[in-house]
Design a protein around this ligand. Structure first.
Ligand code: UN1
Length: 497
């Protein structure tokens, strides 16, 4: 009997008005059917919005420290259910268990940070330029936040959006990626068990082109947060611009690791394997370019190829697996297309470049870890996001060259530099054009209590995580209190005397 899942709308687990469902299958074994999930329609969304408005009216008046207590409890429940959720996540998303445990842990960290923010959520009191007058700011909730989340961090990224939105007093509507609906289903269970009023969270499964789009276009959803492709983000941005919505976009990356001649190569090797092939390269922060200084290029390339070729592919629930499958066939085909493009452009496929053959791997969306050598700046495999286990290696002469190559792409999420030279490190920290730079660590490893996001076409200026995300989910209100008993004219009475 196949499990059939429901939406969570208006305080109830409810079947979609369309009566239509889609299948959720294990990417490591497509014979493993996880369940059927609602392919919802506009009516479902309309009901979710109406309910969320009622939820917002109440929740926005709940004191922030009490909202924080709910998130504290959410964190505690996630701790209790960590292993169960991680296993469910590996089954539907494919990445190895160590990584899905990390994904849940990121949700836990985000919850506990949000909980403490309930007792801060600072405004400011500043001196007024006039006597006997106070000037201050505080934060107000905004309304309903429509959250459109990706497949690659099935729990962590929904929590990055949901927890600060809730802490700030908003209601949320979640539209998870169709590939990972179960993880978000479990998150909603946790939110409800923690005591969140049921109409404050709504879960509407379905297609981005139907549910996501209707949410973006709906006048009663003033906040949209989206993580996904730059192309979809641009379309969302156009609509939100027209409707004057508050929008946070987290999109593509083409992140580079730079390895200088003086680097600790063994350390850099561990870093690049983890950065490029962890999560099967399906991270916004994946290391997809390796920029190596000429003096160590050939040696380091050989080291990377030797180790990458030996990485063990398999189902993420198997303890011996190092690299899981891609999320679906289209993702695998995309990697394959780029292998062809790399060859046409004159790069070499140093290792990988094919689907593994034989055995259980043929029942999943597996692809061999792939390294492109002899890549030159400007080639498509050097410029475009592949979102798979493919690494482009570029030779450079010096740090200036490396920084130029790093910066000469349309994206700007993360970057990394391996060196023992402190001057080089500080130059790179200043000049690498990215939202996040790592020194002697790979391009991934963001922590929940620091702002996360990128420059250029990776984002639109907002950050997730850390203290900055609370600016996105709240509106600043300024209040002046004049207790002088006289009309005091700003800019005139102070300076005009
Ligand atoms: C992403 O790359 O899609 O940086 C998110 C990391 C994670 C988050 C990555 N904590 O390692």
């Amino acid at each position: 009997m196949t499990a059939t899942f429901k939406n969570f709308i208006d305080g109830e687990w409810t079947a979609p008005s369309t009566g239509d469902y889609f299948e959720n299958r294990n990417p490591a074994d497509w014979n493993d059917l996880i369940g059927r999930f609602p392919r919802s329609g506009r009516d479902d969304l309309e009901r979710a919005i109406a309910s969320a408005q009622r939820g917002f009216a109440r929740w926005s008046r709940t004191p922030a420290p009490l909202r924080g207590q709910v998130l504290q409890r959410v964190g505690e429940l996630l701790v209790q259910r960590k292993e169960e959720i991680a296993r469910a996540m590996t089954r539907e998303m494919g990445k190895v268990l160590a990584e899905t445990r990390g994904d849940v842990q990121e949700g836990i960290d985000t919850a506990f940070y949000a909980a403490t923010e309930g007792r801060r959520l600072f405004g400011r009191v500043v001196p007024s330029e006039l006597r006997n007058k106070w000037a201050m700011s505080f934060r107000r909730p905004i309304g309903i936040a429509g959250l459109i989340t990706p497949f690659n961090f099935p729990l962590a990224i929904p929590t990055w959006k949901t927890f600060p939105a809730l802490l700030c007093g908003n209601a949320v509507i979640l539209k998870p990626a169709e590939d990972v609906p179960h993880s978000v289903h479990l998150l909603v269970e946790v939110l409800l068990e923690a005591g969140l009023p049921p109409d404050v969270v709504q879960l509407v499964h379905g297609q981005g082109s139907v549910v996501g789009r209707a949410m973006v276009e709906h006048p009663d959803v003033p906040i949209i947060s989206f993580t996904g492709s730059t192309e979809t983000g641009s379309r969302i941005g156009e609509t939100c611009g027209r409707l004057h919505k508050r929008l946070s976009l987290e999109m593509g990356g083409k992140n580079a690791m730079i390895v200088m001649d003086d680097a600790d190569l063994d350390l850099a090797l561990e870093g690049v394997l983890w950065g490029a092939f962890g999560t099967t390269g399906q991270r916004c922060t994946a290391t997809s370019r390796l920029i190596v200084q000429a003096g160590v290029h050939d040696r380091f390339l050989q080291m990377v190829c030797d180790r990458a070729a030996a990485l063990r592919l398999g189902a993420g629930l198997d303890a011996a697996t190092e690299v899981g499958p891609l999320i679906h066939e289209e993702a695998r085909t995309k990697v394959e297309e780029y292998v062809g493009i790399a060859r046409e452009e004159g790069a070499t496929v140093a290792i990988g470049g094919s689907r593994p053959v034989g055995g259980a791997l043929e029942r999943g969306w597996f692809y061999e870890p792939t390294v492109f050598a002899g890549v030159r700046p400007g080639m498509r495999v050097e410029q475009e996001e592949i979102f798979g286990p493919a690494l482009s290696v570029i030779r450079v002469q010096d740090l200036d060259d490396a920084i130029r190559v790093n910066n000469d792409v349309r994206y700007g999420l993360s970057s990394s530099l391996y060196t023992r030279d402190v001057n080089a490190a500080f130059r790179a920290m200043t000049d690498l054009d990215n939202g996040i730079t790592y020194i002697n660590a790979p391009t991934i490893g963001a922590e929940a209590h620091l702002p996360f996001g990128g420059v250029k076409q990776t984002g639109n200026g907002h950050r997730e995580g850390g203290w900055e995300v609370y600016d996105f989910y709240s509106e600043t209100k300024v209040v002046y209190v004049d207790y002088s008993g006289t009309l005091q004219r700003a800019q005139i009475d102070t300076y005009g005397e």
